[in-house]
Design a protein around this ligand. Structure first.
Ligand code: ADP
Length: 447
């Protein structure tokens, strides 16, 4: 087993990883910026090291400081959480060079999946269904027009280096295409320093369905079913559920096995998520994330498996604790991402939490790094906690979610709780009848 884990993150995910380490009896090192001196993960860790001033590029993204923190604390492994350095291949390489275990996949696999064109090519080669589109980057507008004609309008122009929904432009007709290409290229160049773009068929009413996979790095892999993350605002997930209300057991097994086989063939190590758009009964690969995801607890709720335990086991060379045959899916789970934001405008609302009360009871889990009296700093994302509710059926889960949302008190800052209290009573949401555009349309109608 790894002997001491440095957690290169903050907020709820730092605490989540810390809890798994404690359960496994592994000492932890928290790193933090000067803005996070009073953060819960810093208080609860066995040791802590301040790695710089508030801006993330000077602290949570500061590789030399994090490596130095490993050396002074004697940590022999790093868990990167999500965001920050979690999908940075250079970081994985540097840790390797220092003989520190990166709790995640190889740098090579991070690199392949971080380049969307390369990721799509790899997915296709491994037997995963992909969205019809250009075979690689498109540099010539005439060639792009021919490809678009072939796949049929509307098409979407996407940045190879893209992330966070940036560098994407839809062209409804041939007239829009050259404008979409030039806008996407310049956005991608400015945001990522790489203006390579490619073309895809634009799917009009898909759901976002992703499959959780796990590999042991030695050619064995499993899938843990899917999550439906179709309720999004500006490409950011707001509400996630497992299983998807749109799939039956046969579809679940089929796409799950396609993903597990692909991951086994790749020799992938650790946790990963294969993201699809799903429309008219078909799956279309869009990207793979080579890390733990924010919404992983819904998968934990229906499988009973602790994904961070598995990550640590695999990184320690002990392999997975389960085989595919051991995985049983039980009940239904929903996660709400509670942000410190104005529920109408979604403007960030940092500040001091004056009253704080979280719900409890059967099937209720709260993953949060905040507490009463805590001041939310303005430098980072606005996620303050996740409410995860589990029930034997989706109906029971929704009843429990409604009750849990009623119990929560967060005063002093604005939060997105009122939005969830509305959503849980919405008839479309109750039926699971929504796609990736539903929430934006709902919010537009409401205002
Ligand atoms: P990013 O890495 O920037 O998040 P993704 O490739 O994961 O980019 O796509 C983000 C979102 O953009 C998807 O969840 C979906 O809403 C939309 N999108 C991407 N590709 C397509 C497509 N071919 N058709 C329709 N919508 C798409």
């Amino acid at each position: 087993m790894v002997k001491k884990v440095l957690i290169a993150n903050r907020g709820e995910i730092a605490l989540r990883v810390l809890r798994a380490c404690k359960e496994l009896g592994i000492p932890t090192v928290a790193v933090h910026s000067t803005a996070d001196n009073t953060a819960m993960h810093v208080r609860l860790a066995d040791e802590s090291v301040c790695i710089g001033p508030p801006p993330a590029r000077d602290s949570y993204l500061n590789i030399p400081q994090i490596v130095a923190a490993c050396e002074v604390s004697g940590a022999d492994a790093v868990h990167p959480g999500y965001g920050f350095l979690s999908e940075n291949a250079r970081f994985a390489d540097i840790l390797d060079a220092h003989k520190i275990t990166f709790i995640g996949p190889t740098a090579e696999h991070i690199r392949i999946m971080g380049d969307k064109i390369e990721a799509k090519r790899t997915a296709k080669r491994l037997g995963i269904p992909v969205v019809p589109g250009s075979a690689g980057a498109v540099t010539d507008d005439g060639e792009a027009a021919r490809i678009a004609e072939e796949i049929g309008y509307p098409v979407i122009v996407k940045a190879s280096a893209g992330g966070g929904g940036r560098g994407m432009k839809v062209a409804k007709t041939a007239q829009d295409l050259s404008m979409a290409l030039s806008t996407a290229r310049s956005e991608a160049g400015a945001a990522f320093g790489d203006d390579a773009v490619y073309l895809e068929k634009y799917l009009e009413k898909p759901r976002h369905i992703e499959v959780q996979v796990f590999g042991d790095g030695a050619g064995n892999a499993i899938h843990l079913g899917e999550r439906d993350c179709s309720l999004q605002r500006r490409h950011q997930k707001v509400w996630e559920e497992a299983s998807s209300p749109a799939l039956d057991q046969e579809q679940r097994d089929r796409i799950g096995m396609i993903c597990a086989n692909a991951i086994a063939k790749l020799g992938y190590r650790g946790a990963g998520t294969i993201e699809f758009l799903y429309e008219n009964g078909e799956f279309y690969f869009i990207e793979m994330n080579t890390r733990l995801q924010v919404e992983h607890p819904v998968t934990e709720a229906i499988t009973g498996l602790d994904l961070v335990h598995e990550q640590i086991r695999v990184a320690s060379g002990q392999g997975l604790s389960v085989t595919q045959a051991d995985i049983q899916f039980a009940g239904h789970a929903i996660e709400c991402r509670i942000n410190a934001e104005d529920p109408e405008t979604f403007a960030p609302s940092p500040g001091r939490i004056t009253h704080y009360h979280m719900p409890g009871g059967l099937g209720v889990r709260v993953d949060s790094g905040v507490y009463q009296g805590y001041s939310i700093p303005p430098f980072y994302d606005s996620l303050i906690g996740k409410l995860i509710v589990h029930g034997r059926t989706r109906t029971e889960c929704m009843m429990r979610l409604r009750r849990a949302l009623d119990e929560i008190v967060v005063d002093g800052v604005k939060t997105t709780l009122p939005l969830f209290r509305d959503l849980v009573d919405n008839p479309d949401v109750a039926r699971g009848d929504y796609n990736i555009h539903w929430l934006e349309k709902y919010l537009a109608r409401r205002s």
